[in-house]
Design a protein around this ligand. Structure first.
Ligand code: AMP
Length: 375
């Protein structure tokens, strides 16, 4: 067990790294952040900020020498860098686990190979592969880059082979997945934590709504039947077991109108749809990340209250700083801001959690605040 007083490291200094740092600090650990951005939200509050690129071996070695254990806050840290770090300290989740989630082709194949369902898809390595993809799938389809896509970026909806060929070029002639557009009933996610000794706990599934491909709200408990909820948890757990995963894992699902459950993607880290755990659960997903990487048992995941999390995107700053009193004057709402310097449109700047005795009241409160903020 790595106990308070030790130093922990995180690759990536975004909002997830910041909330990890806050959780680790409050538990008595020192935190070193590695991120090239001098203004990274986590770097600003860490005990130490190694300001360098994710492939810089000297910087990685400095991190590894300094820390008892290192984790990551986003998938795009090269798995090779995690593998390099494994020479110096405990790395959780492992490079192998992160590698699976870094590439949509590898990820979907891995999931299907374990008899778990994804949307029907075909892997596209070159433009000529699109024809056979169209023979196997029924439009409308989505062409998504295999790597470095997020929040609906790097994906184009296509109806014809010609459109797909143009889209493939527009996406940079890079490996892609061609994916069936499914008839969505709703989207849910399951966040779980698996300890170094294999003890697994899961949070209640969250129901996710999106705007322009970006997560907008997470509603908990999700308004789905008990059987769908149990199946989602079972699939997420099976995946974590098969990966021999250690850490916090997020599994996103599509629930089709016909009631089918399909895995959309996984994240080998805490997830935006788990921010509700900061206020509504005994152990937050970030405290859980600390526990898992330190070889401690996972904390309890009980939901203490229905909750709605709402993201605050940079668009809200178009007239300067938003009227924060709108949130702060509400006794059952908590505001989180990530300390980002520039409020670009669509950039995740913060979120707020609304808690209430029942989910409908939490939804009403979240909507009331949104209306007053004007988004
Ligand atoms: P992704 O980056 O793959 O998570 O996609 C972002 C969002 O786009 C998802 O959360 C869905 O709302 C939507 N989306 C992505 N893929 C599909 C699909 N195959 N069918 C329907 N909606 C999708």
């Amino acid at each position: 067990m790595i106990l308070p007083g030790a130093t922990l490291g995180v690759l990536g200094g975004g909002q997830l790294g910041r909330m990890f740092t806050l959780a680790a600090h409050s538990m008595g650990y020192r935190v070193v952040v590695l991120d090239p951005d001098p203004h990274s939200p986590a770097g600003l509050i860490a005990s130490q900020h190694i300001q360098t690129g994710y492939s810089d071996h000297a910087g990685l070695q400095m991190l590894g020498d300094e820390c008892a254990a290192v984790t990551t806050e986003f998938e795009n840290v090269p798995a090779d860098s995690l593998e390099f770090l494994e020479r110096f300290c405990v790395v959780r989740p492992s490079a192998d686990a992160v590698r699976i989630a870094q590439d949509r082709i590898r990820e979907k194949q891995y999931i299907n190979d374990r008899d778990l369902p994804t949307t029907p898809f075909d892997d596209i390595y070159e433009i000529g592969d699109l024809r056979s993809g169209f023979e196997k799938l029924t439009p409308p389809l989505l062409l998504k880059t295999a790597s470095h896509g997020y929040d609906g970026k790097g994906q184009i909806r296509v109806d014809t082979l010609e459109q797909a060929e143009a889209a493939f070029e527009k996406l940079g002639n890079r490996p892609c997945v061609l994916e069936q557009v499914v008839d969505l009933g709703c989207e849910i996610s399951v966040i779980l934590a698996r300890s170094a000794s294999g003890a697994t706990v899961h949070y209640p599934p969250g129901e996710n709504t999106h705007r322009h491909g970006i997560l907008d709200t997470t509603i908990v408990p999700a308004r789905i039947d008990a059987d769908t909820s149990a199946r989602a948890v079972q699939m997420a757990t099976a995946l974590a077991e098969s990966m021999e995963y250690c850490g916090v894992l997020a599994v996103e699902f599509f629930v089709t109108r016909a009631g089918e459950l399909l895995i959309n993607e996984i994240a080998t880290r805490p997830h935006n749809s788990g921010h509700y755990t900061l206020d509504a659960c005994i152990t937050s997903q970030f405290a859980q990340q600390v526990r898992c990487m330190c070889g401690l048992p996972p904390g309890a995941t009980d939901l203490l209250s229905p909750v709605v999390m709402t993201n605050l995107l940079g668009d809200l700053w178009h007239n300067g700083s938003p009227a924060w009193e709108t949130i702060l004057e509400q006794p059952r709402a908590n505001l989180y801001l990530y300390g980002k310097h520039h409020a670009r449109p669509e950039r995740k700047m913060g979120h707020y959690n609304c808690l209430a005795g029942d989910v409908d009241t939490a939804i009403t409160l979240a909507g009331h605040i949104r209306g007053k903020l004007g988004f």
